[in-house]
Design a protein around this ligand. Sequence first.
Ligand SMILES: [Mg+2]
Length: 235
Amino acid sequence: MHNKKTKKPFLVLSDFDGTICTMDMGNEVLNQFTGEEWRRIDDEYCAGRMGSREAYGIMSSLFKGTREEMLGYIHRNERMDHNFPEFRRFCADRGIDIKITSDGLDFYISVILQKYGLDDLEFFANRAVFSDEGRLSISFPLASEECGRCGTCKRQILEGYRSSYEKIFYVGDGHSDVCAAGKADLVFAKNVLYVKCREGDIPCIPYETFRDVQNHLERILNPRNTGMDGLVSDE
Ligand SMILES: [Mg+2]
């Protein structure tokens, strides 16, 4: 008897910083705990002259502060999109899976998801390890072997789910989302990602919050609508 694998219908892959969390917590933590030097490195990254993996490698040696200080800062300063918990319930009701792909660091994502009782959501991110002396080191278990620019290769993660889902929706806002967006069935984009999608002819839907994403999905997944034609519309 053949064990034929059946695909699940929909997966939402979402970026974290600037997307689920409305501010970039990675940038905030770096700004707060590495001093001014990180700005020069961030400028190199934003200009495309340095990949995030290389940038993290330099910045990890600049970190000052204990894990507890960083966690306290994150807890006090995070800004979750307040529409996201509702979006998560909407997806659960419709049988849509959500997974988070981040080129940020795992420790602050865990803290923020826990704060909102969302820590059962699966996420993929760079790994931060604090030594007994309080030094931070960063590892990249999800980097691409062929490319290696980003710490976490979101494109590779998306492609890994191709055989498991009928359609993959991508939500993001930044440089590290561009390659994955080019491989998704439907892209919700803002900020840098929106600009890059327009430049690269990647069809995308502009959004500001997860309320917008939910409204759009409600519309196109409504059986009374013609449905999937709307999946690649560029509004
Ligand atoms: Mg982002």
